[in-house]
Write a new protein. Structure first.
Length: 230
């Protein structure tokens, strides 16, 4: 399950449809007569709803009592449908000084390089999600190490959490969501072909820390709506 990162995309299965690097996605809101273009729901790129998933009746947009933001609320059963940021988990895998990268076989960012990463599933920890993605995308069994980076991809409503990792077994391969996998020395990394800004951030911080013999936690925001975004 690969993330959204297509305009700086975020990762989407959600990354299934991205913005050019940590932003494209299927969360772009379709225009509706029930939503104004200046609505916070539109501004925050929520997924448009028409019917309640609990009872099948139409929903409306309003600010529930005790809340401060507009939500989709069922007109029949009053169920409030909250839409919150999604978590992407991934890892930078170091193999004897080389980093394991995967070339994406799916959109968004088909043919670009990334680290194993994707959406968390219910019932798993962030570390377990990162390890699972390594298996799915690179057939790599890894031991998850220290926390490396937390990147809030604000415009895509996602949080990307990246760990350091090492191979448990000295083998890896090509998973169904990858075209190929390869080990790169630092000077060989194809920076212009890295799929997502959050991945580039994690890789650069990892290499900086490795050169300095440290393992720090790096936190940043990416918001393509902001001129101050890295």
């Amino acid at each position: 399950q690969n993330p959204v990162l297509a305009t700086e995309c975020g990762f989407d299965s959600l990354h299934r449809h991205h913005f050019p690097r940590d932003g494209g996605d299927r969360w772009a809101v379709r225009r509706s007569s029930s939503l104004q273009t200046d609505s916070p729901l539109v501004a925050n790129r929520v997924l448009l709803m028409k019917f309640c998933s609990a009872c099948g009746q139409p929903v409306t947009v309003k600010i529930p009592e005790g809340d401060h933001l507009p939500r989709f609320v069922c007109t029949a059963c009053d169920t409030i449908h909250y839409q919150n940021p999604r978590i992407i988990a991934g890892c930078v895998i170091d193999v004897d000084g080389k980093l394991l990268l995967c070339k994406r076989a799916i959109e968004p960012r088909l043919g670009y390089w990334t680290i194993p990463a994707g959406f968390m599933e219910n019932g798993e920890s962030v570390q377990a999600a990162a390890a699972r993605e390594a298996i799915e995308e690179a057939l790599a069994q890894v031991e998850i190490g220290s926390l490396l980076a937390v990147v809030s991809v604000v415009h895509a409503n996602q949080v990307h959490i990246m760990f350091r990792a090492r191979l448990v077994n000295p083998t890896f391969g090509v998973g169904p969501e990858s075209l190929e996998t390869a080990l790169y020395e630092e000077h060989e990394i194809p920076w212009s072909e890295i799929a997502f800004l959050s991945v580039e951030f994690a890789l650069r911080r990892y290499l900086e820390d490795r050169r300095e013999g440290r393992e720090r936690v790096h936190i940043t925001d990416i918001d393509l709506r902001s001129k101050n975004s890295p």
